[in-house]
Ligand binder design. Structure first.
Ligand code: CA2
Length: 145
Protein backbone atom coordinates (compact mmCIF):
# COMPACT_ATOMS: atom_id res chain seq x y z
CA UNK A 1 0.00 0.00 0.00
CA UNK A 2 1.49 3.40 -0.93
CA UNK A 3 1.82 6.12 1.65
CA UNK A 4 -1.30 8.30 1.99
CA UNK A 5 -2.03 11.42 0.02
CA UNK A 6 -2.20 14.33 2.44
CA UNK A 7 -5.21 16.58 1.75
CA UNK A 8 -4.58 19.83 3.62
CA UNK A 9 -6.87 22.85 3.87
CA UNK A 10 -6.15 26.30 5.21
CA UNK A 11 -7.94 29.00 7.15
CA UNK A 12 -11.72 29.33 7.36
CA UNK A 13 -12.40 26.23 5.29
CA UNK A 14 -13.78 24.58 8.45
CA UNK A 15 -16.79 26.88 7.90
CA UNK A 16 -17.59 25.60 4.44
CA UNK A 17 -21.28 25.08 3.82
CA UNK A 18 -22.30 27.79 6.28
CA UNK A 19 -21.65 31.03 4.30
CA UNK A 20 -21.16 32.29 0.75
CA UNK A 21 -22.52 29.17 -0.95
CA UNK A 22 -22.65 31.08 -4.24
CA UNK A 23 -18.84 31.13 -4.19
CA UNK A 24 -17.87 28.03 -2.24
CA UNK A 25 -20.88 25.72 -2.62
CA UNK A 26 -23.08 23.92 -0.11
CA UNK A 27 -20.79 21.02 0.78
CA UNK A 28 -19.05 20.94 4.14
CA UNK A 29 -15.37 20.14 4.41
CA UNK A 30 -16.32 16.76 5.89
CA UNK A 31 -18.41 16.05 2.77
CA UNK A 32 -15.42 16.93 0.60
CA UNK A 33 -13.07 14.79 2.67
CA UNK A 34 -15.40 11.81 2.17
CA UNK A 35 -15.32 12.38 -1.60
CA UNK A 36 -11.51 12.51 -1.50
CA UNK A 37 -11.40 9.27 0.45
CA UNK A 38 -13.68 7.51 -2.04
CA UNK A 39 -11.69 8.77 -5.02
CA UNK A 40 -8.38 7.79 -3.44
CA UNK A 41 -9.66 4.32 -2.56
CA UNK A 42 -10.78 3.75 -6.14
CA UNK A 43 -7.22 4.55 -7.22
CA UNK A 44 -5.51 2.32 -4.64
CA UNK A 45 -4.54 5.14 -2.28
CA UNK A 46 -5.56 6.36 1.14
CA UNK A 47 -5.90 9.96 2.29
CA UNK A 48 -5.11 11.89 5.44
CA UNK A 49 -7.43 14.92 5.48
CA UNK A 50 -6.75 17.85 7.80
CA UNK A 51 -7.67 21.53 8.13
CA UNK A 52 -6.10 24.28 10.19
CA UNK A 53 -6.61 28.01 10.65
CA UNK A 54 -2.97 28.33 11.74
CA UNK A 55 -0.07 28.86 9.36
CA UNK A 56 2.49 27.12 11.57
CA UNK A 57 0.32 24.04 11.93
CA UNK A 58 0.10 23.79 8.14
CA UNK A 59 3.90 24.15 7.97
CA UNK A 60 4.25 21.29 10.49
CA UNK A 61 1.97 19.03 8.44
CA UNK A 62 3.85 19.81 5.23
CA UNK A 63 7.11 18.93 6.99
CA UNK A 64 5.55 15.69 8.23
CA UNK A 65 4.52 14.88 4.65
CA UNK A 66 8.22 14.65 3.68
CA UNK A 67 8.35 11.26 5.37
CA UNK A 68 4.76 10.12 5.69
CA UNK A 69 2.96 11.02 2.44
CA UNK A 70 3.20 10.05 -1.21
CA UNK A 71 1.77 13.39 -2.40
CA UNK A 72 0.15 16.54 -1.02
CA UNK A 73 -3.10 18.15 -2.15
CA UNK A 74 -3.22 21.64 -0.67
CA UNK A 75 -5.94 24.26 -0.58
CA UNK A 76 -3.94 26.96 1.18
CA UNK A 77 -6.96 29.30 1.20
CA UNK A 78 -5.85 32.90 1.91
CA UNK A 79 -2.37 31.77 2.97
CA UNK A 80 -1.71 30.85 -0.64
CA UNK A 81 -1.68 34.54 -1.46
CA UNK A 82 0.49 35.59 1.47
CA UNK A 83 2.61 32.84 2.96
CA UNK A 84 6.30 32.56 2.15
CA UNK A 85 6.50 30.15 5.11
CA UNK A 86 4.23 27.66 3.34
CA UNK A 87 6.22 28.08 0.13
CA UNK A 88 9.50 27.42 1.95
CA UNK A 89 8.06 24.28 3.58
CA UNK A 90 6.70 23.02 0.25
CA UNK A 91 10.12 23.55 -1.37
CA UNK A 92 11.54 20.95 1.00
CA UNK A 93 9.25 18.23 -0.37
CA UNK A 94 10.41 15.75 -2.95
CA UNK A 95 6.86 14.43 -3.50
CA UNK A 96 4.25 15.96 -5.83
CA UNK A 97 2.14 18.90 -4.66
CA UNK A 98 -1.23 19.66 -6.28
CA UNK A 99 -2.83 23.00 -5.38
CA UNK A 100 -6.59 23.19 -5.36
CA UNK A 101 -9.26 25.85 -4.87
CA UNK A 102 -13.02 25.60 -4.69
CA UNK A 103 -13.51 28.89 -6.53
CA UNK A 104 -11.55 30.19 -9.48
CA UNK A 105 -9.28 32.82 -7.88
CA UNK A 106 -8.19 34.09 -11.31
CA UNK A 107 -11.75 35.29 -11.93
CA UNK A 108 -11.97 37.18 -8.63
CA UNK A 109 -10.15 40.13 -7.02
CA UNK A 110 -6.67 40.87 -8.41
CA UNK A 111 -4.97 39.99 -5.09
CA UNK A 112 -6.15 36.38 -5.55
CA UNK A 113 -4.49 35.99 -8.95
CA UNK A 114 -1.11 35.03 -7.53
CA UNK A 115 -0.38 32.23 -5.10
CA UNK A 116 3.04 31.35 -3.74
CA UNK A 117 2.01 27.69 -3.74
CA UNK A 118 1.72 27.74 -7.54
CA UNK A 119 5.49 28.28 -7.75
CA UNK A 120 6.07 24.71 -6.55
CA UNK A 121 2.81 22.92 -7.41
CA UNK A 122 2.84 20.37 -10.21
CA UNK A 123 -0.55 21.80 -11.17
CA UNK A 124 -3.58 23.70 -9.92
CA UNK A 125 -7.26 22.64 -9.94
CA UNK A 126 -9.63 25.57 -9.41
CA UNK A 127 -13.23 26.51 -9.83
CA UNK A 128 -15.05 23.18 -9.53
CA UNK A 129 -16.19 23.39 -5.91
CA UNK A 130 -15.67 20.16 -3.99
CA UNK A 131 -14.85 18.41 -7.25
CA UNK A 132 -11.61 20.45 -7.37
CA UNK A 133 -10.41 18.37 -4.42
CA UNK A 134 -11.43 15.08 -6.05
CA UNK A 135 -9.69 16.02 -9.30
CA UNK A 136 -6.62 17.11 -7.35
CA UNK A 137 -6.51 13.75 -5.52
CA UNK A 138 -6.74 11.98 -8.88
CA UNK A 139 -3.90 14.09 -10.27
CA UNK A 140 -1.80 13.54 -7.14
CA UNK A 141 -2.33 9.77 -7.33
CA UNK A 142 -1.24 9.77 -10.97
CA UNK A 143 1.90 11.74 -10.16
CA UNK A 144 2.73 9.63 -7.10
CA UNK A 145 2.63 6.32 -9.01
O1 CA2 B 1 -11.50 29.03 -3.62
C1 CA2 B 1 -10.80 28.61 -2.68
O2 CA2 B 1 -10.78 27.43 -2.34
C2 CA2 B 1 -9.97 29.60 -1.88
O3 CA2 B 1 -8.75 28.96 -1.51
C3 CA2 B 1 -10.78 29.95 -0.65
C4 CA2 B 1 -10.15 31.01 0.23
C5 CA2 B 1 -9.74 32.23 -0.59
O4 CA2 B 1 -9.02 33.14 0.22
C6 CA2 B 1 -8.90 31.85 -1.79
O5 CA2 B 1 -8.62 33.02 -2.55
C7 CA2 B 1 -9.61 30.85 -2.67
C8 CA2 B 1 -11.13 31.47 1.31
C9 CA2 B 1 -11.68 30.38 2.15
C10 CA2 B 1 -12.82 30.94 2.97
O6 CA2 B 1 -13.62 29.90 3.43
C11 CA2 B 1 -14.94 30.14 3.67
C12 CA2 B 1 -15.65 29.13 4.25
C13 CA2 B 1 -16.99 29.28 4.49
C14 CA2 B 1 -17.63 30.44 4.17
C15 CA2 B 1 -16.93 31.45 3.59
C16 CA2 B 1 -15.57 31.30 3.34
Amino acid sequence: MPKPIYVLSGPNLNLLGTREPEIYGHQTLDDIHRLCEARATSLGFTVVCRQSNHEGVLVDWIQEARFDASAVVLNPAAYGHTSVALLDALKMLSIPVVECHLSNPAARESFRRKTYVSLVAAGVVSGFGGASYELAVEAAAGLAR
